[in-house]
Structure formats: structure tokens, C-alpha cells
Design a protein around this ligand. Structure first.
Ligand code: SAM
Length: 693
């Protein structure tokens, strides 16, 4: 689950616990899993042994950047040798390895304990690479098994994708990168603003906000974060073209990820506190929530759409039992897909057909009927395996179990489901409402009436009644800034378009929005695609939108370019925001782009603000400085033609005031760019370590 405990001293119940000293044994866990007989006795020993070892660091290269292979090759060429030669306290460090199953050799595993990284200057350089490149959106640090579920969704740029339980968002980022990955590797306007969307949901408000940071680094206009209990996630309305003009419809998703809350017993290697905290109660409590979330996912899935159900638990009652219960209730409207030919290098075991059901004290019960009265209602019938023939018919062995000893990872479960037709799943009454042990689920605002609404046969009637309720409810989500699209002929937007000589045919003016009720431009202007807009405008008061779109223009504070000068010279007071500079580069006129070279760029990166005197007589920038208009220009440098470690092209917003010029990027962005240009410099690290000691 979402909890994370690092090795070292951390506070628990107001006391400091040294997690390195926590015994990596839990007798109840061993007893429970021995009872399950999921693997042979020998394998069980290897599994438990691996579970007690620290988890290696893994990361993957973001597929959507056109310099993705550059980053990978750069890492191999310049960081492998650094690591290869490191010895800490007489022990040689294991070199990084590529994850053999991850497509296009784009993911790495580093088996280096964190305590060792801190002790060695070359390894600190590695850490610097990981931190800065993560912030830049070039790589994502993600547990290896967590990379698996999105791979089975095969997201394309036009897909409508839903991530039902998304926080903290490493899989959302992966899905979003897929949406933006150009088919031929070349970035285009369409790859930066594709027609699809990723809707990322989490029931926990704080965790939904955590998603913002995770996805912001990817600079995508195509992601929308919402905050609902996934079991009652409202149907999203959309306006579509019908025979008699515009009509309302329900949005169905082409791809859904249901990475549900679980007991997390596949994460012992990183959640050290689980060794003392694990009980079966969590899994028993989550079983019915998991069923409800999966059922809701299937309701929202398009015909022929794919849904991946996943958990970081090895427990059959959170896995096969959930999948089997929903498949049975679906009466053939969905099926488990055989994905044995997909990602063939990934070692995995098939889904199981038998398991032993226990109560939280690990008493075993052969059947639902044998449960004593006092436990009735606490233990759902769906916890028990269905008859073997039924499970065989469902193809339950098509589910995938990844165990820690398979390839030195955490434990994980994945089932890939396809919708065969549009019939809706009706849950059997024998799945009782259980106490939901998940705090997030409890806190979530639920849309239960909407779920009942699904069962009515008259589609139009259902929509009208939902709208009626929404109207009556007023602005339910007033605590969040609304998303309001800028009206036609807005003077400030017209001014931005004129100033950057933008063409309405290319990027439509009606795709820009602001985050205030009045819909007027004050500080920031965001952009989205038309599907995003359709969802926002068709679901006001129905869906709790938290964040989304891409900030592309911002109002510039004045320095030496005073308001008066701006007014006299008719300077547009808005500039491109660095997050949106790549998309802007495809939309604004080339007249507003200044092409320069690496030596000029380095001067900008080394200064907070520059004047003409900072540049040598013969520099490109100095030649253009006088002619450069006041206000915003986009600086362009093609690092592919320069002496730079990473070869990519760079667009940076530049603001010219009366005397000075500034590049409008953060210090962290400057540091990352310098690292990409100059590569790792061991002497810097040695110097800084010496200074600190
Ligand atoms: C296993 S974690 C998801 C991890 C995430 N997919 C990732 O890869 O980063 C489960 C998430 O589900 C959320 N959650 C718990 N109950 C939920 C519910 N009923 N509806 C939606 N989200 C829920 C939790 O807040 C938690 O963030």
C-alpha cells in the first residue's frame, strides 16, 4: 500500500525505532502463507528469504521524451564506470543492471544500500543524477513490480484512461508518458497535446494532492486529477455529436487501472514496519472494497476496453477471490485475457485455484457455511474459492503472480480483463457490506445514488435525474478553484495570441482556461485538449476536480520593465511558463524564438540576470540583444549540435526588461540542464565532501 518506511531511525508512536534492527520474521505471516501452499516448500524458503532482504533501487526512463535513449545511453556510458570502481568498506558495489523484461531496455536496477550511497562521492553523483533527472521528468524512480500493470494496458495517444486508485502516482505517470509517446519517436504538436486523456482518482484528499507533484514534472495538458471513492466513482458525462445535434452521453474508458488498496504484504522489503504490524485482518477487511472497486471499473469500461486489476499483495483473498467474484457476477460480460505472450521475459506464476480461508486469528474454515455465527457478516462468501471447474472455465490461471524470489523484486498480482459487451455487472447479495477498514474509503465523498441510477433502463432519464441532483446540490466542491474556460474575444487572450503571432487554427482559443469563478485572466492561463474541456464542462458539481491541464502562460512581474514602459511599447505582460515551453514552441511564431548556442546558454545558466555586458563581443546573443523586443521571447538551443553530454533541443522562456534579461526557469531546472550538458563531475563531489567533513 502507500505506506513507506525507510531503513534508519524513524518515529513510530512517538518513539524512535531503528528499522535496521527490526527482526525480519513474522510467525503468523509464515503460518498463513504455509497454509496457502501457493508455492513448493523449497520455493517458500527462497520467497521468505528474499522478502527479508532490502529492496534494490529501480528506475525507468520516461518514454515520451525524444531524448529518452540519450538519457539511457548517457547513464550507461558515464555512470556505470563510476559505480563499477567503487569499493565501500572492502566490498565491491554491484554494477547496475537493465531489467530484462522492461520494453526497449529502459529500466534499471541498482542493488546498493542507501547507507552506502551516502558514504561514497561517486555514488553521491549517482544520487544527484537520480534526483535531478526525476525532477526533470526524464526518469521515474519506481519499484520494479509497480511498472508491470501499466505495461499490460498498452496505452495509445487517443485512449481515454482511468487510474482508479492513483496516489502517489508512479503508475499514473507511466500511463501518461505512454499517452504522449510519439509513434515514431519524434515529438510533434500532436504528441504533446494528444486527443486522449488520463483521469487519475484517489479517495484520499491529501493523497490526491500528492499526485499533483508526481505528474507536474511531465508537463502534460492531458491529465485530470479527481477525488472520489472509486467504488462509487460517478459516471462522467460528455457531450457528443448525435443525429439531432449535440447530445449527452456517458464517457466509457478504453483503459482502466484498478491498483486497489491492499494489505501490501508484497512490500515487506521496503515497508519494514509490516514485519511487526502484519495481521490478516487488513486483507479480510479490504476484500469487499476491492470487489466494489473492480466492479465499478468494469461499469466504466468501454466495449473491448482493457482493465488491469492489481495489488501489491500475495494473498489470494485480495486477488483471485476478488477477480473470481466479479467475473462470476459479470455473467460473461468480461473475460480474463491470456497475456502469456506479452512481456515474456517477466518471470511469473499462474493464478491459483485453491486457498485456505482463515479468520483474523488464523482459524481455518473449509466453507462459508462452517463459519460460526459470531463471525457471520464479517466473512463474505466470496472469500472461498469457487469450485475448481468454475475457476478453470474462467481461466483464473491467466492471472499473474510475481514473487520476490522470481527476479529480486517485491510481490505483486496482476489480472488483465477485457469487456466483451455493455451489460452491467450486478453483484450478488452474498457479498455482504463489510466494515471498510480502509480509512481513505471511509472519508471519501460517495456518489451512491448515482450507482443505483445505473440500474435504470432509460438512459436519458438517468442523465436528467443526475443533472437535477447536481443542480440542487449547488457548487459542492467550492473549496477547490473551479476550472473555467476563457470566453471568446477575451481581450487579454487576444493580446497573447497577437503578441506570439499564434494561429487559432493550430491551437484553438477555446481550449484555454483559468482557475477562478469569473473566467477572467489574472495570473495564469492553462491549456487542455477538447475532451478534457468536454469532461469539465459536462460534470460541474458532479465530479470533484482537483487539478489538471498545463500552465502555459503566466503574468510576468515587472522589474526594470515598468508598467508604464510596457504600456507605452505595447508589450504583452504574459510570458510562456517553462512547463508549457515545449508545447508553446509548436504554436508560437518563429519570430518569437531566438536561436542561440551553448556558450550563450551557459552564461544564462550561471547568472540570475544578465545584461549585454555579460556576453562576449562576438556572441550570438549580444548581436541580437538590441533588436530583441521587450518582454517574452523563447530561447532555443540545439544541444544536438553542441558539445553536450545529452543531445536534445532546449526551449527556455526569456524575459527582457529595459536593462536586463532573465531566463525564466527555476534554479533546480538550471542545475539539471547543467548536469545534462556537463555530465557528472567527480571533483565537485570530492570537493564538497571534503568541505563538509
Ligand atoms: C496501492 S495504492 C495505489 C498506488 C498507485 N497506483 C501508484 O502506483 O502510485 C492505493 C491507493 O488507493 C487509495 N484508496 C483507498 N481506498 C480507495 C477507494 N475506495 N477509492 C479510491 N482510492 C482509494 C489510497 O489512498 C491509495 O492511495
Amino acid at each position: 500500500m502507500g505506506r513507506r518506511q525507510y531503513s534508519g531511525k524513524k518515529k513510530k508512536n512517538d518513539e524512535f525505532i531503528d528499522w535496521t534492527q527490526v527482526p525480519r520474521r513474522n510467525e503468523r505471516l509464515e503460518k498463513y502463507y504455509k497454509l496457502q501452499a501457493l508455492v513448493s516448500d523449497d520455493e517458500f524458503e527462497s520467497l521468505m528469504q528474499k522478502l527479508a532482504e532490502p529492496l534494490p533501487t529501480t528506475f525507468r526512463i520516461s518514454s515520451c521524451n525524444q531524448h529518452a535513449t540519450q538519457v539511457r545511453d548517457h547513464f550507461i556510458k558515464h555512470y556505470y564506470p563510476l559505480i563499477e570502481n567503487v569499493e565501500v568498506e572492502g566490498t565491491k558495489i554491484s554494477p547496475p543492471v537493465l531489467l530484462p523484461w522492461y520494453p526497449n531496455q529502459m529500466a534499471f536496477m541498482l542493488d546498493i544500500p542507501k547507507t552506502i550511497i551516502r558514504k561514497s562521492p561517486p555514488l553521491k553523483l549517482l544520487q544527484q543524477f537520480l534526483v535531478l533527472e526525476t525532477e526533470a521528468g526524464d526518469i521515474s524512480r519506481q519499484e520494479a513490480v509497480s511498472m508491470i500493470p501499466p505495461l499490460f494496458l498498452h496505452v495509445k495517444s487517443h485512449h481515454k484512461v482511468l487510474d482508479m486508485c492513483a496516489a502517489p502516482g508512479s503508475k499514473t505517470a507511466q500511463l501518461l508518458e505512454e499517452l504522449h509517446t510519439p509513434a515514431d519517436g519524434k515529438e510533434t504538436f500532436e504528441s504533446l497535446l494528444p486527443s486522449g486523456i488520463v483521469v487519475a482518482n484517489d479517495a484520499d484528499n491529501k493523497r490526491a494532492h500528492m499526485l499533483i507533484h508526481q505528474i507536474k514534472r511531465l508537463n502534460s495538458p492531458n491529465v485530470l486529477i479527481v477525488n472520489h471513492d472509486a467504488s462509487f466513482l460517478p459516471h462522467f458525462h460528455v457531450e457528443v455529436d448525435g443525429p439531432n445535434g449535440k447530445e449527452k452521453s456517458f464517457l466509457k474508458f478504453d483503459r482502466i487501472l484498478a491498483d486497489v488498496p491492499c494489505s501490501g504484504d508484497g512490500t515487506f522489503r521496503k515497508n519494514i514496519s509490516l514485519w511487526s504490524d502484519w495481521t490478516l485482518k487488513t486483507a479480510l477487511g479490504l476484500h469487499s472494497t476491492q470487489i466494489k472497486i473492480l466492479k465499478r471499473g468494469i461499469d466504466l469500461l468501454a466495449n473491448s476496453g482493457r482493465l488491469v486489476y492489481s495489488t501489491c499483495s500475495m494473498n489470494p483473498i485480495e486477488n483471485e477471490a476478488v477477480v473470481a467474484a466479479v467475473l462470476k457476477a459479470s455473467k460473461g460480460s468480461v473475460r480474463l485475457i491470456d497475456v502469456s505472450d506479452e512481456i515474456p521475459e517477466l518471470k511469473r506464476s499462474p493464478g491459483v485455484k485453491s486457498w485456505t480461508v482463515c479468520d483474523s486469528d488464523l482459524n481455518t474454515y473449509s466453507s462459508f457455511e462452517s463459519v460460526p455465527k459470531d463471525l457471520n457478516g464479517k466473512m463474505a462468501k466470496s472469500l472461498w474459492p469457487l469450485p475448481e471447474e468454475e475457476l478453470t472455465q474462467m481461466g483464473i490461471e491467466r492471472c499473474m503472480r510475481v514473487y520476490p524470489h522470481h527476479q529480486n523484486t517485491g510481490g505483486f498480482f496482476v489480472a488483465v480483463i477485457e469487456k466483451c459487451d455493455n451489460s452491467e455487472v450486478s453483484l450478488k447479495k452474498d457479498i455482504p457490506e463489510q466494515e471498510n477498514s480502509d480509512e481513505a474509503g471511509k472519508k471519501a465523498e460517495v456518489e451512491q445514488p448515482l450507482l443505483k441510477k445505473q440500474k435504470s433502463s432509460k438512459f436519458e432519464k438517468r442523465l436528467v435525474s443526475a443533472e437535477h441532483r447536481a443542480l440542487k446540490a449547488g457548487n459542492k466542491y467550492h473549496e477547490l478553484d473551479p476550472f473555467v474556460y476563457i470566453k471568446e474575444n477575451d481581450e487579454l487572450l487576444d493580446n497573447i495570441y497577437e503578441s506570439f503571432k499564434m494561429n487559432d487554427n493550430h491551437l484553438k482559443k477555446d481550449l484555454f482556461f483559468v482557475r477562478n469563478l469569473e473566467g477572467t485572466i489574472s495570473r495564469a492561463v492553462y491549456v487542455s485538449n477538447s475532451l478534457f474541456k468536454n469532461i469539465i464542462e459536462s460534470n460541474r458539481n458532479r465530479v470533484k476536480f482537483v487539478h489538471g491541464g498545463l500552465k502555459i502562460f503566466v503574468k510576468q512581474d515587472f522589474g526594470s520593465l515598468s508598467k508604464e514602459v510596457a504600456k507605452d511599447t505595447n508589450v504583452c505582460v504574459f510570458r510562456v511558463q517553462s512547463d508549457g515551453s515545449r508545447l508553446a514552441s509548436h504554436c508560437i511564431s518563429r519570430d518569437c524564438v531566438l536561436t542561440t548556442n551553448l556558450s550563450d546558454l551557459m552564461i544564462f545558466l550561471d547568472h540570475v540576470a544578465v545584461s549585454m555586458d555579460n556576453f562576449p563581443e562576438d556572441s550570438i546573443f549580444r548581436k541580437h540583444f538590441e533588436k530583441l523586443p521587450l518582454g517574452n521571447t523563447l530561447l532555443y538551443v540545439d544541444l544536438k549540435k553542441e558539445h553536450s553530454f545529452i543531445k536534445k533541443d532546449v526551449y527556455i522562456p526569456l524575459w527582457k526588461s529595459v536593462r536586463m534579461c532573465n531566463v525564466m526557469i527555476s534554479n533546480a531546472e538550471k542545475r539539471t540542464l547543467k548536469l545534462q550538458i556537463e555530465g557528472p563531475r567527480i571533483e565537485d563531489q570530492t570537493a564538497s565532501t571534503e568541505k563538509s567533513t
